[in-house]
Design a protein around this ligand. Structure first.
Ligand SMILES: Nc1ncnc2c1ncn2[C@@H]1O[C@H](COP(=O)(O)OP(=O)(O)OP(=O)(O)O)[C@@H](O)[C@H]1O
Ligand SMILES: [Mg+2]
Length: 238
């Protein structure tokens, strides 16, 4: 595990001519951080940029001792970043076993010795489902697989984009529990959520994104109590 944090400094990202991220600054250290925000605010753009799938026009991303703003996704993975994208992006016709084998193979190619045993210990259910195709799994099972796949690269920072989207409450609870265990092992977590309750159940610190900016950084416990702030920043009805 790296001791120092992920530091995002004044990040500006355009999609075409649209100025999507308008100066995002954020630090993720030992405590999990959740970025929350409504539809279209730029949350996925931030995740994609962290992982090198989009280019920053200006600003810096530093992880530990490395500036990673302009390096390729594979190198970011090598440095310990892993990404569970929104919508999970599994291969519908590949089985659980095939997904894990592919991820383990890719990690070994990069010299990132992966442990299938560890991820099956975290998600024992996946062991029972190894011969099932992703398309027949429940939303919760698919999310476990997407997280397991990311864990096979042995990340020190896991970025999850709306992992609770479309999941039943019981599946959300299981996922949050698994993420807590990972956080307890020292893994850094950046969680992006629209669901305030899910965000607050994992992260003590919330960063609220509105129109491509972090407009508020607050303790989750305070934000949960503040109905006016929720309405103003998230449009939640009170
Ligand atoms: N490929 C694209 N082409 C044009 N505009 C895009 C593209 N992808 C995203 N955008 C725009 O960028 C803005 C931010 O999108 P982004 O996906 O980052 O938001 P988000 O906060 O993740 O939303 P959601 O909660 O719906 O996932 C939105 O206004 C969106 O319309
Ligand atoms: Mg998104």
């Amino acid at each position: 595990m790296v001791e120092s944090a992920l530091v995002i400094e004044d990040l500006h990202v355009f999609i075409g001519t649209a100025h999507i991220l308008q100066g995002v600054s954020l630090t993720i250290a030992a405590e999990p951080v959740a970025v929350i925000g409504r539809n279209g605010m730029g949350k996925t753009t931030l995740c994609d940029t962290l992982f090198g799938l989009r280019w920053a026009e200006s600003g810096r991303i530093v992880y530990g001792d490395h500036e990673i703003t302009k390096i390729k996704p594979q190198v970011r993975s090598h440095l310990g970043l892993a990404y569970v994208p929104q919508g999970r992006r599994l291969f519908p016709h590949l089985t659980v076993r095939e997904h894990l084998a592919l991820a383990a193979y890719a990690s070994r190619q990069r010299g990132q010795g992966a442990s299938r045993v560890d991820v099956l210990e975290l998600f024992p259910k996946l062991g029972e489902l190894e011969d099932r195709q992703a398309r027949v799994l429940s939303g919760g099972e698919q999310q476990m697989l997407a997280i397991a796949r990311a864990l096979l690269t042995r990340p020190s920072l896991l970025v999850l984009d709306e992992p609770s989207e479309g999941l039943a409450p019981v599946a959300v609870a299981m996922m949050v529990e698994a993420l807590r265990r990972l956080s307890g092992t020292g893994m850094r977590l950046l969680l992006v959520e629209q669901n305030l309750r899910v965000a607050a159940s994992l992260a003590r610190q919330l960063a609220v994104m509105v129109n491509g900016r972090i407009v508020e950084e607050t303790r989750a416990a305070d934000f949960l109590q503040d109905r006016q702030a929720q309405e103003r920043l998230l449009g939640l009805q009170v």
